[in-house]
Design a protein around this ligand. Structure first.
Ligand code: NAP
Length: 504
């Protein structure tokens, strides 16, 4: 089944086109024209979302669960067409798109189960104590309620799982919040077909039309207008630090500031402890290379920095990584802009004082090959440029003189999504010493693995201190991510006749 996008916006059940268009820039296949978004379209979508909230925010959990499952079904019904346009636009391989579709429908179904279970409401009840002295206590009940219309900015690197019907949208819809998606310019056709699937589920389940809208981009004013719209109550964002920070600042400057849940990426440092490196340094080097190069390194959890303690074992680790990365072929990147940013970022790392280049690559227009660099910890410490994310398959080895210097390096990282200890049993003392530093640094601490796979489950945290995320109390993956779109309401002495059904 071939899908040819019509290039329109979906505003509360209506496909709307405008005269001004932009052309998609697929990695391969045909470019299509898409209608450019505007603040007027954002306004129409936000108003419809607000109107829908008065119905959708009061649907039962069973009704919303059925809706989420219906979206998953409608995505599956378009499986082949989604894969076809998704691979064309992003250059990601077919197997990756298929896997990501499974993850997307899986997280929609997981949220359906999660809300049916009801634990997310965090219901609390302090029974009345009318005879308490000196003051009686009223009857107090609390639960979480949806916050209202939510804006979602999808990610370029996950056209399905972190985009139109991705984790942010699933969490917001599960909570009871209508969603307005700002389409990502890297995959507008994929956005359109997924929006079509959501639209079909809305019809099937009889949901209010304004519960979902997709406004395509093509103009920076779309995103700006969306986060500034007075009816939008929160924003979910995955993307760059610069873009995320600009939108975060706009949210903070509003007359009514709103939370901006930005997931902005990280370098995800790995600490290679001495015994692990001595026993399996070469294996770890090859493992790191595989993780770095996977998907052209275009993961926010890509482990871009490995910290080692100087010595022949560390050299063997580095050599194994270098040999494996040297054999990695060129891979297509998501957009021309990301490929350019990658080349530029690699050049900046390569010219820093004390940096030794182990692999340098020529990149074609939209293709990336790995880069590998090495630097002494004393040169790395204090040089901010060496701890900035370069989105792509780029690795930097930081060589510490000893455990104390490794500790100093650990303390110098800004907020990260993940950090990893590679350790054996004999490394436990150093690992225990580092752990308080690592858990303060990152949202997820791993041992003996690579952080690129992010399980969608109850215990996952995909977030971390700034700049990994703009809100350290939140995660953008897993069931806990629903908390971003809820707020607690306390009901004091409400008669049973008017208590919300979930509290009665
Ligand atoms: P991006 O440039 O931050 O864009 C993300 C979204 O935000 C797009 O829809 C973009 O709209 C919008 N946007 C960005 N800056 C804006 C501004 N100042 N005003 C209004 N809207 C704005 O991210 P990207 O295009 O996905 O990738 C570029 C870089 O992001 C990569 O090189 C990488 O460093 C990083 N990245 C990080 C992750 C992660 O997981 N954290 C994932 C992907 C990419 P327009 O497209 O219309 O400008």
């Amino acid at each position: 089944m071939t899908f040819t996008p019509h290039g329109k916006h979906l505003i509360a059940g209506e496909w709307i086109g405008t005269e001004e268009t932009f052309l998609s820039a697929p990695a391969h296949g045909t470019a299509h024209a898409f209608s450019v978004g505007s603040p007027e379209l954002v306004d129409a979508a936000a108003r419809a979302a607000e109107e829908a909230f008065w119905t959708y925010g009061y649907t039962t959990r069973a009704e919303r669960a059925a809706f989420l499952n219906a979206i998953a079904d409608e995505i599956e019904a378009r499986a082949e067409a989604i894969t076809e346009i998704g691979t064309s636009e992003t250059g990601l391989p077919v197997a990756r798109l298929q896997g990501e579709r499974g993850r997307t429908t899986g997280q929609l179904r997981l949220f359906a189960e999660h809300i049916l279970n009801g634990a997310y409401l965090d219901r609390r009840h302090d029974v009345a104590l009318p005879d308490r002295a000196p003051l009686p206590r009223p009857d107090l009940r609390m639960m979480q309620r949806p916050i209202g219309p939510v804006a979602v900015f999808g990610a370029s690197n996950f056209p399905l799982a972190f985009s139109t019907a991705g984790g942010d949208t699933a969490a917001a819809l599960a909570a009871g919040c209508p969603v307005v998606v700002k389409g990502h310019g890297a995959h507008p056709g994929t956005g359109e077909i997924v929006a079509e699937a959501i639209h079909a589920a809305i019809e099937k389940c009889g949901m209010p039309k304004g519960v979902f809208s997709l406004v395509q981009g093509g103009n920076r004013r779309v995103g700006e207008a969306l986060v500034q719209h007075p009816l939008i109550k929160a924003v979910g964002f995955t993307g760059s630090l610069g873009g995320g920070r600009a939108l975060f600042d706009l949210c903070a400057q509003r007359p009514e500031p709103i939370p901006f849940f930005g997931e902005l990426g990280a370098v995800n440092p790995m600490f290679m402890l001495p015994q692990a490196i001595a026993r399996r340094g070469a294996e770890l080097g090859r493992g790191w290379a595989g993780s770095l190069a996977m998907g052209a390194g275009q993961f926010c959890t890509n482990p871009g920095i490995a910290v080692v303690i100087a010595g022949p074992e560390a050299d063997a680790f580095v050599e194994a990584a270098r040999a494996a990365l040297s054999e990695t072929g060129a891979q297509v990147m998501l957009t021309d802009g990301i490929a350019q940013a990658y080349s530029k970022g690699a050049a900046v790392i390569g010219e820093q004082a004390g940096v030794q280049t182990l692999i340098t690559s020529m990149c074609d227009r939209r293709e990336a090959k790995p880069f590998l660099f090495r630097v002494a910890a004393e040169d790395w410490l204090g040089n901010h440029a060496l701890s900035e994310e370069v989105f792509g398959p780029l690795g930097l080895v930081v060589v510490a003189r000893d455990a104390d210097e490794m500790d100093r390096v650990a303390r110098s990282f800004v907020g990260q999504l993940t950090t990893t200890l590679h350790m054996d049993d004999d490394d436990a003392a150093l690992a225990r010493r580092l752990l308080p530093v690592l858990e303060r640094m990152a949202g997820r601490v791993l041992a003996n693995g690579f952080p690129t796979g992010v399980e969608v489950c109850d215990a996952m945290v995909h977030g971390g201190p700034y700049p990994a995320s703009t809100n350290f109390g939140a995660t953008s993956v897993g069931t806990l991510s629903i908390r971003r779109f809820l707020r607690p309401v306390c009901y004091q002495n409400l008669p049973a006749a008017i208590l919300p059904a979930d509290l009665a």
